[in-house]
Design a protein around this ligand. Structure first.
Ligand SMILES: [Zn+2]
Length: 418
């Protein structure tokens, strides 16, 4: 094949193919294209992107490009340094070259795209790249996407926290609930105290913060204080998912107390029944349903606690605030003389935040989104026991829970920029 054709197919502006070479690596084949510059090539400074006339030879480069048919393709060329009147001695700018690792932009774009739907290991095997290289490319692409994403048009922010690893380590997740692309995870930060949220507000910016009207969150002091401090007059909504989580925790405490007291057969019955107890009864079927029946028939206290947990959900079925209020008062009355300490604590917390719980009657937001994101994030963390890089894990979660994760197999960035 004439070299002119290869030059056309390769399509790197200013460069022509002058030689090709094939070599075997095991059963795989590699093709090395030697490139030279076209006559009249214009050098640019990587610092200021201006044309520079004065250049010096720098080094021979050897970078991976996309596959050519079944051959892994390498490009060999000479890179120059420019003597820029503004920046001094700089490496020349080559826009088709990725800034990290020794790969071209089109290859980096394809790798980053594949990483959205495949494991890094699989991408590495498919593209004949080291897993570490795949990770570096993917991370850089996600950092760029996160830095460039639009944050305008958001008036409702949602917060949540997830436990990460062992012990008491938490991350906070902040979502835009009503942006132009629908609910999206915006930001992940470490910790869940008031001061831990400071970097978020700085990142989000004062102009966008000023447009926030509602905040969806857990009844958690850190979040409440931080939101009140940064957005004066904000309406806080304490959503169903978070409140039910507190109730589940209360039930779990009762379960633990009963377990400590339990003896013999009943102890065996109670062991490993946490999820059967905490799940919504309607979702417990088959064998699990039988197990639940046994547990509840053995302990009156647990049976009461379970019944109260199941009935609390009705709070959200009321359209009128007065009726919801009345329902809650009745529910609290049921607690009397039941010696359910964790429940009493829960009811005091609900009482204190009741306005915020009713606020969801006035403002319609997709509250299920926070719960879904939490589940998604936890799945990624569980699958990602191999990511020792925390930043990388955060970016992966952000990508999966937002429009950044949309798989675009015909991404225009696979083409070499002119
Ligand atoms: Zn310059």
């Amino acid at each position: 094949m004439p070299m002119e054709n290869l030059t056309t197919f390769l399509g790197i502006p200013g460069f022509k193919v002058v030689d090709t070479m094939q070599r075997k690596r095991g059963w795989r084949s590699q093709v090395i294209l030697s490139l030279e510059r076209e006559r009249g090539f214009r050098f640019r400074c990587s610092g200021c992107d201006q044309e520079v006339a004065e250049v010096t030879r720098y080094r021979k480069r050897w970078v991976r490009h996309l596959f050519m048919w079944q051959h892994a393709t390498f490009l060999r060329f000479e890179q120059y340094r420019v003597i820029c009147p503004r920046c001094g001695l700089k490496v020349e700018a080559l826009p088709w070259l990725a800034r990290y690792e020794r790969v071209t932009m089109p290859l980096a774009a394809l790798v980053a795209e594949l990483c959205k739907v495949m494991t890094n290991k699989a991408v590495g095997r498919l593209m004949e790249l080291h897993t570490g290289t795949v990770k570096t490319i993917d991370k850089a692409a996600m950092q760029k996407a996160q830095a460039e994403r639009s944050l305008d048009g958001i008036t409702v922010l949602g917060t949540d926290e997830i436990a990460v690893g062992k012990g008491q380590t938490y991350w906070h997740l902040i979502s835009g609930m009503d942006g132009p692309r629908g609910p999206e995870l915006l930001y992940i930060g470490e910790g869940r105290k008031e001061k831990d949220l400071e970097p978020f507000w700085k990142w989000f910016g004062p102009e966008r913060t000023a447009r926030i009207t509602h905040g969806v969150m857990d009844m958690w002091k850190g979040f409440i204080h931080s939101f009140r401090a940064h957005v004066p007059g904000i309406v806080l909504i304490f959503d169903k998912f978070h409140i039910l989580r507190h109730l589940s925790e209360a039930l779990n405490k009762v379960r633990k107390q009963e377990f400590v007291k339990a003896k013999g057969r009943f102890r065996g019955l109670l062991a490993g029944k946490k999820f059967v107890l905490l799940a919504r009864k309607a979702h417990v079927r088959g064998k699990a349903r039988e197990a639940l029946k046994d547990v509840l028939s053995f302990s009156k206290k647990l049976a009461r606690a379970h019944l109260l947990k199941e009935s609390f959900v009705h709070l959200w079925s009321y359209r009128s605030k007065t009726c919801a209020r009345r329902f809650f008062t009745e529910w609290v009355k049921e607690l009397r003389w039941k010696r359910l300490k964790p429940y009493e604590k829960f009811s005091r917390m609900v009482e204190k935040h009741f306005d915020g719980i009713l606020a969801c009657c006035d403002k319609r937001v997709k509250l299920g989104y926070i719960e879904a994101t939490n589940l998604h994030a936890r799945n990624i963390i569980r699958r990602a026991y191999g990511y020792r890089d925390k930043e990388y894990m955060k970016l992966k979660i952000l990508q999966a829970c937002s429009s950044l994760g949309a798989f675009r197999p015909w991404n225009p960035s696979f083409n070499i920029p002119p």
